[in-house]
Design a protein around this ligand. Sequence first.
Ligand code: GRF
Length: 197
Amino acid sequence: MRVAIFASGSGTNLQAIIDAQIKTIEIVLVFSNKSDAYAIERAKNHNLAVEVIDHKYFESREDFDSEIIRLLEPYNLDLIILAGYMRILSPVLVRAYKGKIINIHPALLPSFPGINSTRQALEYGVKYTGVTVHFVDEGVDTGPIILQSIVEIEDRDTEESVLEKIHKVEHQIYPEAIALVSSDQIELKGRRVVKKS
Ligand code: GRF
């Protein structure tokens, strides 16, 4: 599969995906909305194609996403992987790549969607949080779940220490989930993502 990875930040997930050398994908593009994202450095270090469009120059989410759609067209993508991409996708983009966008979220969805999920989990007092990889639909963090993994919150934990554990798990399960999606091993049954029989 020809894939693009979208990242706005440090790009440790991007790095994990690159390092995993998943045989069923070719990373044809790394896209960012931030020209100073460290993810871009990582992409360049691996000679990957990079494109940046700054959302600040667009009046609406829809205008910005329409420009992204134009940019992506020649890449003939089969899959878009969101890896710390800090923009909510408008329906324009989600519909253009229906069923072909996946995201990683640092909580056990449907608990703690949106931003600062680890802080939310600590404040709520849950004993377990985790990581969710899911398809992207038109809601925020609401799409069908591909993989989840658990992280324990212990008494001595802080937001930083939980985030550290979460990142470790992310770097393991995102490549696993991408391998599943890109090797045609799963299908959707309603909201459930199941292994093909
Ligand atoms: C990750 O925690 C991911 O779950 C969230 O954004 C963070 C990105 O981290 N969506 P990185 O840029 O991959 O290091």
